[in-house]
Design a protein around this ligand. Structure first.
Ligand code: LLP
Length: 430
């Protein structure tokens, strides 16, 4: 992230604080959150999408301090469970500035959202539209509903996280007019207000063309609905999924380039259909928070392993692993690692950063060159772990999850405490 640099001693500093000081004060492993960097990213997206609503997708990382920071920077927040909603409310966010997602929201979740006035509820099935209408009628409310459209774009990303091809669980298909029919039902439901359509095609996407095709399709359907039913749909949500750089190989588009292309596509579709351009909204998660954190680990053991080719690899074991970052194992994600506590003049050696869990897939960074003298007690930093690492963390092997330490204005504070074995034992009531 922007505020990370190496001092003359070779130690990595974030926001002016050395990683050794952070490790001494807060322990390892720890996620270090560069709050100023996160806020700058929030501003970059809201400025690029000036006049549009930017929703922070809290699934990427959800804590009170981070949601509050996003809200202070003018963002809205997207939640997809009662749990994420509870964090947003505990952070003091205005329910009107929240959006609720999910393909299987419970009745209790829908009820709560309608009751407290969540700004938009994104409907994902015909059954859910019926449930929403019944709840709204019972409560005497008229919630804003968006209809999630599956636009049929297969984005070039890992198949597990590409969501807008046909054979998957999210949204109403454009094919066979399913999405059209869903929107019609919301328009005709007496207690629901159709705010507009929603699409989200997947995550970690670099190909702007995928977003453009999706935006064109969903804008066209929105225009057709307006024409056919004589209604004005106020908003069009184009989802999130904008890629971030995990390594120097990745080259994401800037928010400005993305905003410019999406605006143009939607404007063209609306002009062709002779309708006013709706207000746009987007829901980035990863691109906002991902680059703003790194994980700080301490090296425990270093083991040279001879490879069949005759070469060797250093297995560098750190004090966390698959429980704080499952993305390498699950998606074959690529991270980098750096020796963060000191400079080293040693030659670079082929290394693999692995965790302390009992399985060989417990890999944090698959291939990296680290100084050959990397040793127990050294600190290793793995950048780009702000999104979907803590939020997808687990207690595998009863390893407590690391804290999140926020650095801002030259000061560090814990925003999410380190879990303890006692926390885990508390739940073990047998
Ligand atoms: N909106 C909706 C409806 C979503 O489903 C998602 C992500 C987002 C927005 C935010 O997408 P982002 O801008 O963060 O890419 N666990 C996977 C990613 C799953 C994404 C799920 N939905 C990973 O670690 O790569």
């Amino acid at each position: 992230s922007a505020n990370v640099e190496r001092a003359d001693t070779g130690a990595v500093h974030v926001g002016g604080l050395s990683v050794e000081k952070l490790a001494a004060e807060f322990g390892t492993p720890a996620y270090v959150f560069d709050e100023d960097d996160f806020r700058a990213r929030c501003r970059a997206w809201t400025e690029a999408f000036d006049g549009a609503d930017v929703f922070y997708a809290s699934k990427a990382f959800c804590s009170k301090a981070v949601l509050r920071a996003a809200a202070e920077e003018g963002l809205f927040v997207d939640v997809c469970t009662a749990g994420e909603l509870a964090v947003a409310l505990a952070a003091g966010l205005d329910p009107a500035r929240l959006g609720l997602h999910g393909n299987n929201k419970s009745l209790a979740e829908l009820h709560q959202a309608v009751e407290i006035g969540v700004g938009r509820i994104v409907a994902d099935s015909f059954q859910e539209i019926e449930r929403l209408e019944a709840i709204a009628r019972e409560l005497g409310k008229r919630p804003n509903v968006m209809v999630r459209v599956n636009v049929g774009v297969e984005a070039h990303t890992h198949e597990f996280i590409a969501t807008a091809h046909e054979d998957q669980k999210f949204g109403f298909s454009l094919a066979d007019d399913v999405a059209y029919e869903a929107a019609r039902r919301v328009i005709e439901a007496p207690h629901l207000e159709l705010l507009g359509l929603h699409s989200h095609i997947g995550s970690q996407i670099f190909d702007t063309a995928a977003f453009e095709i999706s935006a064109a399709r969903v804008a066209r359907l929105q225009a057709k609905l307006q024409t056919d039913f004589g209604v004005r749909l106020a908003e069009l949500d184009l989802g999130g999924g904008f890629g971030m750089a995990y390594t120097t190989q990745d080259d994401p588009q800037t928010p400005a380039v993305i905003a410019e292309s999406l605006r143009r596509i939607v404007a063209d579709e609306c002009a062709a259909a002779g309708i006013d351009v709706p207000r746009l909204s987007i829901e980035p998660g990863r691109s906002l928070v991902g680059p703003s954190m790194f994980t700080l680990y301490e090296v425990g053991t270093v083991k040279p392993v001879t490879l069949s080719a005759g070469a060797s690899r250093l297995y560098v074991s750190v004090d966390g692993g698959i429980s704080d970052n499952i993305r390498t194992a699950l998606y074959d994600a690529t991270y980098s690692a750096t020796l963060a506590s000191r400079a080293s003049g040693a030659a670079p050696a082929l290394a693999r950063v692995v965790g302390k869990h009992c399985e060989s897939g417990d890999i944090v960074v698959k291939d990296e060159f680290l100084p050959a003298d990397v040793a127990p007690g050294d600190l290793i930093a793995v950048p780009g772990t702000g999104a979907y690492c803590r939020s997808m963390g687990s207690n595998y092997n009863h390893v407590p999850r690391p804290p999140v330490v926020a650095v801002s204005g030259g000061e560090a504070r814990v925003i999410l405490a380190r879990e303890t074995v006692d926390d885990l034992l508390r739940l073990d009531v047998g």
